[in-house]
Write a protein that binds this ligand. Structure first.
Ligand code: ADP
Ligand code: ZN
Length: 215
């Protein structure tokens, strides 16, 4: 499957993407994970992106498009991909459209994961992320805690609260989402690619996607 996952920070894009990869071997492409990996590795890209990310601002479109142009041409994308956290702006969506046309790739759909704002806020404040850049497993202190406090079940690294998950950075990320990213819903509706799924849990989203794709 070749999907775009839309939805506010904390809507569960990453969790849904991971569940969907298990169905047909499509890969999850998370620009957030790629960027955090680059920051940790101290690459040129990481140095450029770090300040924006800490504030909860978007990284410039040109940096993101450079990442995606390379990533979408890697061989593991042939089976399909789930775009998680990209595109985030109308210019990114337009650039993606051009890029896909150039690469001869057709999207199946753009899935908007709809979750009420109070649920989102609660989730983001209680979210914890594995600090190992190769793992980045996501937990929640209330609904999905680690077996051992502060230690990742999968890889044994420390599990931390992300720097952009303080209350201030979270409300800034939500504002940014409303202003810059939510217009993508209209964009993909016009493209005839949009499906909206109201979702309080990830399984409901996965089932909705399977149904739409006839899987
Ligand atoms: P979220 O939980 O907010 O969806 P992500 O892990 O997707 O978080 O992204 C974390 C940060 O990385 C964003 O706040 C932003 O600074 C940067 N980022 C990720 N994807 C993009 C993108 N497509 N365009 C611009 N910035 C991005
Ligand atoms: Zn881990």
């Amino acid at each position: 499957m070749k999907l775009i996952l839309l939805g506010a920070p904390g809507a569960g894009k990453g969790t849904v993407a991971k569940l969907l990869t298990a169905i047909d071997g499509s890969v999850q492409i998370s620009t957030g994970d790629i960027l955090r990996g680059a920051v940790q590795a101290g690459t040129e890209l990481g140095k450029e992106a770090e300040g924006y990310m800490k504030r909860g601002d978007l990284v410039p479109d040109s940096l993101i498009m450079g990442i995606m142009e390379n990533r979408l041409q890697e061989p593991d994308c042939e089976k399909g991909f789930l775009l998680d956290g990209f595109p985030r702006t109308i210019p990114q969506a337009e650039a993606l459209k051009e890029l896909l046309a150039k690469l001869g790739i057709t999207l199946d759909m753009a899935v908007d994961i709809e979750v009420p704002r109070d649920v989102i806020l609660d989730r983001l404040c209680t979210r914890r992320t594995c600090e190992n850049a190769d793992c980045q497993a996501i937990y929640n202190v209330k609904s999905n805690p680690t077996r051992q406090e502060g230690i990742c079940d999968k890889c044994g690294s420390r599990v931390i609260q992300r720097e952009d998950e303080t209350e201030e950075a979270i409300s800034h990320r939500l504002e940014t989402y409303n202003e810059k990213t939510s217009p993508l819903i209209g964009f993909y509706e016009k493209e005839g690619l949009l499906i909206s799924i109201e979702a309080l849990n990830s399984d409901a989203v996965v089932n909705g996607v399977k149904e739409k794709l006839g899987l």
